[in-house]
Design a protein around this ligand. Structure first.
Ligand code: NI
Length: 173
């Protein structure tokens, strides 16, 4: 396994729509990419990481979200689809492509998603709270959407100002 380098905003790959993973791509290369992504995410102390964030414009992401009083939601979602959403949550969100930036983003509270695992088998997840926020955030990455795009115009303006400051101090590259 190896730690991959994470693309920071405004890397162009972050704004491209990822290509679906084809049936013939469920092989050793995909397994290697997925285990590298898990390692990269763990090293960066993230709870989710999408392929475009490591420069691969494909529709897949890994997640490892702690759940209070339960097992962590640790999965790889290949070709993820949001099947249903319910409710609403408002809270701080971060992104490994925006180091040091946290901003309030409104998301749905519960998500039912369908995807394939690394072997190509289809499965569904029904999650809430942080895991739901993570799935929505990472599926956005597969569509070339970053969390900046989900903020209110005022919060986006504040976030952009903060990014400029972080860039100047060299904490962002
Ligand atoms: Ni992100």
């Amino acid at each position: 396994m190896s730690v991959l380098s994470i693309v920071h905003y405004p890397g162009p790959v972050l704004q491209e729509v990822g290509k679906p993973v084809g049936d013939e791509e469920f092989n050793g290369d995909l397994e290697k990419l997925v285990s590298d992504m898990f390692e990269t995410m763990a090293e960066a102390r993230g709870v989710g990481l999408a392929a475009p964030q490591v420069g691969v414009s494909k529709r897949l992401f890994v997640m490892d979200v702690p759940v209070e009083g339960g097992e962590p939601e640790r999965h790889v979602l290949v070709n993820p689809e949001i099947i249903d959403v319910e409710g609403e949550q408002t809270g701080d969100e971060g992104c490994l492509s925006f180091p040091g930036l946290y901003q309030v983003v409104r998301r749905e509270m519960r998500v039912i998603a369908r995807a394939r695992n690394v072997k190509g088998e289809e499965f569904e997840l029904d999650v809430a709270d942080l895991a739901a926020r993570c799935i929505l955030h990472e599926t956005d990455h597969c569509d070339g959407i970053v969390f900046l795009d989900r903020m209110t115009p005022l919060k986006r303006q504040m976030a952009k100002r903060k990014i400029k400051t972080l860039q100047k101090t060299g904490k962002w590259n």
